[in-house]
Write a protein that binds this ligand. Structure first.
Ligand code: MTE
Length: 324
């Protein structure tokens, strides 16, 4: 396979440009509201108005169990306007603001999830049925991107382990593999072979069963916007953000370690484990510090993104420099 030049980098947009764009975003939305104009996608050609529209198409979620202390980071939350306009979702473009601009192309309803492989209860399951047995829970987690920026996001979702237990993995199920929707019309970034589509990710089954691993359906009390992975995405807060695969259509339980997109693309840069580790540099930059989006200065990165107490045991005896 041709080696695709790795695109993920840590060139965070220059802060002044970034803040300038946000102000413009705010102003364009406000101006449209004042003028009484609807902000529908496709009306006019202002990409920023489309970004605002994509966010406003989300719905409030009800009956959410508040996050208990062990699932709640005690740090200021990233403003929703930042978490929904500064994204990595290469199927919607490689620029940080492309996903918000292209999100209106994604039809997240109706949606179904194919469950297959080593499970007693495989099937093509409509999303409503997939979610129905599980109460929605809030989780306020740090998200640490491999590019050395981070956010604090209040997610809404269901523990992945609860879902897997209901699907009844067989004794051969050692890994869980996930796939994103493959449809270049809805995800126009797939028209370019930036990665080997569909986007794929995976976890060991014991990682997937850890109570921190979440299947998110919402954020900030509302359903997920397209740019954040509507209608269903993974959130694995102790691993680099690329493990948190968006817009999931397939979950496969299997005996072998699954192939994963960034690892296939650049195996020496992106490992299968991808645990946040300030001591192991990316070949092209240090992982010791990170920029919290909205902050000017950098802060130290924490081992396992601050979740060592809950997950370090999963890697006992492993050489985390070799198994990066
Ligand atoms: N999932 C898919 N399908 N495609 C992607 O490009 N990017 C990943 C991850 N999930 C990505 C994806 C990366 S690199 C990060 S950092 C997070 O999504 C970003 O999530 P956010 O945009 O909601 O902050």
């Amino acid at each position: 396979m041709r080696r695709i030049a790795p695109l993920l980098d840590n060139q965070v947009t220059d802060e002044s440009l970034y803040l300038g764009r946000r102000t413009f975003l705010k102003n364009s939305a406000t101006a449209a509201l004042v003028a009484g104009l609807p902000l529908f996608p496709g009306c006019g050609n202002d990409g920023n108005a489309k970004a605002e529209a994509a966010i406003s198409e989300t719905r409030p979620l009800a009956e959410i169990t508040p996050a208990p202390a062990r699932f709640r980071v005690d740090e200021p939350q990233t403003p929703e306007s930042d978490a929904t306009t500064y994204n990595n979702f290469y199927e919607m473009g490689t620029g940080k603001d492309d996903p918000a601009r292209n999100a209106h192309l994604l039809r997240s309803e109706p949606w179904s999830v194919t469950v297959e492989g080593e499970v007693a209860r495989p099937g093509v399951i409509p999303l409503e049925d997939f979610l129905r047995p599980h109460p929605l829970e809030e989780r306020i987690y740090r998200l640490r991107c491999v590019e050395a920026w981070s956010m604090v996001i209040p997610w809404v979702g269901i523990p992945l382990g609860d879902v897997l237990r209901r699907l009844e993995p067989t004794s051969k199920a050692k890994y869980v593999a996930f796939e994103t929707l493959l449809d270049p019309e809805q995800l126009p970034g797939q028209k370019r072979r930036v990665l080997d589509w569909p986007y794929r990710e995976g976890l060991r089954i014991d990682e997937a069963m850890n109570p921190l691993a979440l299947l998110a359906v919402g954020m900030y009390g509302r359903t997920l916007p397209g740019q954040n992975g509507a209608p269903l995405r993974l959130v694995v807060p102790w691993k680099y953000g690329f493990k948190s695969i968006k817009s999931i259509v397939r979950i496969r339980l299997q005996e072998e370690e699954p192939a994963t997109s960034w690892n296939l693309s650049a195996p020496r840069e992106y490992g299968f484990n991808a645990n946040v580790n300030p001591e192991v540099s990316h070949p092209r930059w240090s992982q010791a510090r990170e920029r919290r989006i909205g902050d000017w200065s950098k802060r130290p990165t924490l081992p396992f993104n601050g979740y060592a107490e809950q997950v370090a045991g999963l890697y006992a005896g492993m050489d985390l420099r070799r198994n990066f």
